[in-house]
Write a protein that binds this ligand. Sequence first.
Ligand code: ZN
Ligand code: ZN
Length: 255
Amino acid sequence: MFLDSHVHLDDVRFAEDREQVIQRALDADVTTMINVGADMKSTRESLRLAKGYPGIIYAAVGIHPHDAKSATENDYSELEGYLAQPEVLAVGEIGLDYHYDLSPREVQRTVFEQQLKLAVATDKPVIIHMREATQDTLNLLQQFTGRLRGVMHCFSGSWETACAVLDLGLHLGFDGPLTFANAAKLREVAGKVPSDRILIETDCPYLTPVPYRGKRNEPAYVREVAAVLAELKKVDLEEIASLTANNARDLFSII
Ligand SMILES: [Zn+2]
Ligand SMILES: [Zn+2]
């Protein structure tokens, strides 16, 4: 069975057929999914989804760098409350995105740091989003070395960056881009990452893998990411599926 460690099933693009999408995931043996919050609204919806699909969907709660500008002090205490609920596994997704710069960088850093502190205080793993902000992200994380666990989700960086992330004790999450024709470099990096530090994810509805590119992504397609990883690691698909699922269960304390 497969575990998709990063989905956004609350997204409006699933409004029409969410139940069928979840059923297709189960039919494809994707038995566990973590729905990741990006702002307070999607955080609440993640929790609602987790309560609706107990043991199948879990939630992560947090404020994405895109929405950092609208974060308030009240939001942190609301997040803290959710983190006490059994369906909530992690703080995420949080981080820095200097590609879109939808929130001022200074504000992104503050909101990221506040939520890292929240993860430490509640002893929860983090799901980190990092885009064109490698150095600042690593600098902030280094302040918490030894006190944080989590995943650098949708990893697409160099081997040097991968090593820095591994040194911080974090896992690396791989998505659809691993299947892209022009991603030879990323596949080379993924091939070298220790097997016990790898997670697979779709980040659906985004980042649709080959051969479904151009369509909306969904959890059932996490198999395509797993298939590429299996080739890289020279093991069969079932082994990669159970290995990455076990990694996620350990990291997120899924019983
Ligand atoms: Zn992300
Ligand atoms: Zn995401």
